[in-house]
Structures are given as C-alpha cells and as structure tokens.
Design a binder for this molecule. Sequence first.
Ligand SMILES: [Zn+2]
Length: 340
Amino acid sequence: MLDERMKTLIREMPKGENHIHIEGSIPAKTALRLAKKNGITLPFTTEEGMTEYIKKNVVDLNSFMVCDRMINSVCIDEEDYYQVLYDLGKQAYDQNIIYQELHLDYPLNEVRGIPLDVVINGYEAGRKAVMRDFGVEIVFIAGIDRSLSSEQCVAFVRALEPYLDIIDGIGMDCEEKGNPCIKHVDSYRLAGEMGLFRTAHAGEDDGAYNIWDALLELGCQRIDHGLRAIDDPKLMDYLAENKILLAMCTRSNAFATHLTSLADHPIKRMMEHGIVCSISSDDPPYVGDLIQEYESVVEEIGFTEKDVIEVARNSLEYSIKGQHLLPRFDTWVANWLKEA
Ligand SMILES: [Zn+2]
C-alpha cells in the first residue's frame, strides 16, 4: 500500500523520463479529435472505448504493434503531429515531468506515405510550444524499426542529416527476436559519425548477448530495458562499472515479456548491484503513465523512498542533455527531506 507521503513524493518530485514512444503514447482524446478531423474511422468512439479496446485486443507485442499503427494513422499533416506532441507535453507537465526523451518512430508513418519533414516539423513545433507553455524540456531520439532491412535503416539514419539540430539520438525498437542488434551495425556506425547519441532496445524479449552487441559493436551509450542482463554476471559487472543507464519500463516489461508478475522484475537486484537504472512509461495508453510506473515499483517491487529518489535523479544525471536540471532536482529533494 502506498502511504500519503510516498504518493506525494511520486507526484510532486520533478522527474525526467528517458524512454517513451510518441507514436505509442497518443492520448485517447487526441486520437479521437484527429480521427474526426481527418475522417478516419477508429474501432472506438470514446476515451473509455479506447481503453476497453486496448484491454481486450492488445495481449502481446504483436497485437500492440497492430493497435499502435492503427491509432497512429490519425496523424496526417504537420498540425496533427504538433497536436500529439503538445498534448503529450501537457500530460508530462501534469505529472511534474520536467525533462523527457521521446522516441520518434518514423517508419510507421513512412509506410503510410507521410514525408519525414511533415513528422519532424510538426513534432518540433510541438516541442517549442511545450517548452513555452509548460516548461517541459523535450529531446528527440529517432527510432529504427529493427525488423526492416539494414539498408532501409541506413537510409533512414542518413535522411536525418538535415535535422541534426532537432534530433539528438538514435534508438532501435520493434521485435527483438529474429532481429538482433548486430543486424544494424552500419546504421549505428553512421549515427556515431553524425554525432548522435546511441541507445537500443536490447535484452527485453531476447538474451543478454544482444546487450553486449549493442554496447560493444553498436557503440550504445545506453540500453533500453536490458533486463536480461540479470542472466549474465559479467554483463552485470560491466554495466555497473561503466555506469551504463538501463532505461527500464517495468510495467511494459511485465506486459511484453515472460515475467509472470511485476514482483519478479530484476530492477531492484540490478540497482543493488550498482547498475544505473531509471524508469519510464514506454507507451502510456497501454501500460499506464509515469506516475503509475513509480507507484508500481513501490507497491509491487518494494522500492523505498531512497530508491524512488535515486531512479528519478538518474533520469536527469544520465540523460542526453538534462544534467543542467540536477540543481533544481537536488534542491527540491533537500527541501522534501528537511520537511519530513
Ligand atoms: Zn520502448
């Protein structure tokens, strides 16, 4: 059970978020409004209907991606992408998120024929408006769809060249099994040459070997998820010694992997081993928002107040460019502890 003190800490503490996908996070209200504007029929007509639809139809990674693509199809023009970003920024503000690294998964827009500049320019306008109206700082990570060919992904990374003042990092998601990190070594080499921060989803539904490849072959500076590192003691040591951030999403892991319950999640054992972890929501309409993620790690995994503050601090200290927010975070926490 969460006591009032923990509830208040989770809600009011200024937080960063390192791992959330724009396309998988479109709020129900936004999706419905854009569907109406663009004359697109969705299999639900109310916000509650979308929640019900997801609950009934999204049961694994595959059905998640089908639903994710269907909801994302409401975005057609620049204004739509702007609106999605703006509404996400408002949601972040409401949770006291002050810094957010958003994965932008262009390939699922590309298959619908939407030009890259429409998506990026819409999101960028949204980012500026979010900063202006809510003071939430947003950083973009462009996601590779690992199920596509190496050549397609290299072409995607190359296409980011004109947007290097907007995009700060490169990531990789979609089905890990059958699409090992090593398949995209050329994309990551190119991204490194372009000066992009490199991260990859690895060790979520496939083994620890994929995390090693992401780090040593792809030059990743961070791992998204990475929970299978728990199977490899050498990797556990390597992650701890090199202070590699694992951007974890425990509720999402419980949904998408073999974990039978959240209590089995290895995040606490990893932190006890000295590994730097942060927690994020991944895709809020499917697994809950960041507040729910924080509440879950306390209720289901046994996080203490110290653990909660530690992962929140990590989300800024080990972020791509949110370190300047650490003094604000530390002052807030010092006041919190003093008033306790
Ligand atoms: Zn993810």
